[in-house]
Design a protein around this ligand. Structure first.
Ligand code: UDX
Length: 426
């Protein structure tokens, strides 16, 4: 239930494992699109698998909830859990899904919470199903959080580093073990509450790693050290690990910002002060503005300057712009009356911004007299641009690399003024 990133990827992974899957969504347009072999979002490799399994017959999509529920042994709830105004997770769609399951339950089923949901949600789902059941039927609700990343969703889902199953029922656990029996990975068996917290703690820890290195990057700039060297040097310690130590303009996306706030909200509701996580959040919120300050110091006045933004999505290999730090940078520069041009290989400006800002489809369409380029997303193709040609279009050959992706000394040799995050200026 729910055919977004998580739902569609999970469905196709289960097809690869040899299972029969029915995809259901409340949105008929999404169902029609998937039936027509089209994804309604961009995710490398997923479309091929969709075509393959529509053809093999392992997957079908339906708008008929009664059929979807009654013909399934295991039901995955993969709906969105957006953010409430107070930062907590909104369980409205989860509740809707649970109610529909309850309405049509016809025999024993395992209901799996795949969506990222706060501690205690499995209990709530159990109750919502119970309250909407027509006649008493046995069922179990378990938690099986998903750890896939956008952009590499398929590879992550097909090669999980662990499978967490939070369940109070042996019968349900056995069914899940059976479902995933082809996976050679570590199975973590816990209570549903523990599984729910594992998911939030994992995302919050990764977000904290990023904010940590971003704060160290600020220090690096003041003590003439390159944060990339620091990240490399500490990352070789296996206790620290090298991933998620890339300094930049901060984390975005549909998960980290929302999940950090939701965990803070859970902590508050349970009289716990997560002060480290509060800092993670505030460092991330200020990071784009910290970067803009550096740009302002160099350009002196932003007003009327032609500024090109390279990258709109919250990270490469996705068209997702939710909570993208690029948007914060664009909005701030717009407020300061810059002329902004945006490039992204796949992501599009939201409607509200596209009325005010120009999106260019090729770097060659850069305006004459460009004053600065700001890299907001580390799309690999930015590494291989013909930078000399780009330089010819620029009044001021200034590059501000918000993802530290380019080779600073090469760019300097080409005649650019180059600045990154936590970068030592020569
Ligand atoms: C994340 C989790 O990684 C995944 O396990 C969970 O299931 C969903 O949330 P995702 O949001 O797809 O996945 O993106 P991820 O690759 O984790 O990146 C999140 C953000 O952090 C991006 O904006 C990225 O640019 C940023 N990031 C990542 C950094 O700034 N530095 C890093 O070193 C790594």
């Amino acid at each position: 239930m729910g055919t977004g990133y998580v739902g569609t990827t999970t469905a196709l992974t289960l097809c690869e494992l040899g299972h029969q899957v029915i995809g259901y969504d409340v949105d008929p347009l999404k169902i029609a699109s998937l039936q027509n072999k089209n994804l309604h979002f961009y995710e490398p490799g997923l479309k091929d698998l969709l075509v393959k399994h529509l053809h093999s017959g392992n997957i079908r999509f339906t708008e008929n909830i009664k059929q979807a529920v009654q013909q399934s042994e295991i039901i995955f709830i993969c709906v969105g859990t957006p953010q409430n105004d107070d930062g907590s997770a909104n369980l409205e769609y989860v509740q809707q899904a649970a109610t529909m399951i309850g309405n049509y339950l016809n025999n024993y089923k395992v209901i799996v919470n795949k969506s990222t949901v706060p501690v205690g949600t499995a209990e709530k789902v159990t109750k919502w199903i119970h309250d909407s059941m027509v006649s008493p039927i046995q069922y179990d609700v378990i938690s099986n959080p998903e750890f896939l990343k956008e952009g590499t969703a398929l590879a992550d889902s097909l090669n999980p580093e662990r499978i967490v199953i939070g369940s109070h029922s042996e019968k349900a656990t056995d069914k899940m073990k059976n479902l995933y029996s082809k996976f050679k990975t570590t199975f973590v068996h816990t209570t549903p509450q523990t599984a729910e917290l594992i998911k939030y703690a994992a995302n919050s820890f990764l977000a904290t790693k990023i904010s940590f290195i971003n704060e160290i990057a600020r220090l690096c700039e003041n003590v003439n050290v390159d944060v990339k060297d620091v990240a490399f040097g500490i990352g070789l310690d296996s206790r620290i690990g090298s991933s998620f130590l890339q300094a930049g303009i901060g984390y975005g996306g549909s998960c980290f910002p929302k999940d950090v706030l939701a965990l803070l909200s859970t902590a508050q509701q349970n009289n716990t002060n997560l002060s480290l996580l509060e800092k993670t959040y505030s460092i991330n919120n200020t990071q784009p503005f910290y970067f803009i300050e550096k740009i302002k110091n160099k350009l002196k006045d932003i007003k009327g300057k032609n500024i090109a933004i390279l990258g709109l999505s919250f990270k490469p290999h996705t068209d997702d712009i939710r909570e993208s730090p690029a948007l914060k940078i664009i909005e701030e520069l717009y407020k300061q009356s810059a002329n902004i041009f945006v490039h992204d290989p796949v992501a599009k400006l939201p409607k509200i911004l596209s009325q005010k800002i120009t999106q260019i489809h090729s770097i060659h369409s850069l305006p004459e007299n460009t004053d600065a380029l700001i890299i907001c997303t580390d799309w690999p193709e930015y590494e291989t641009f013909d930078w000399l040609q780009v330089k010819q279009k620029m009044r001021n050959p200034y590059i501000f690399d918000g993802r530290n992706m380019l080779n600073a000394s090469n760019m300097t040799k080409l005649g650019f003024y180059y600045d990154g995050i936590g970068y030592r200026q020569f």
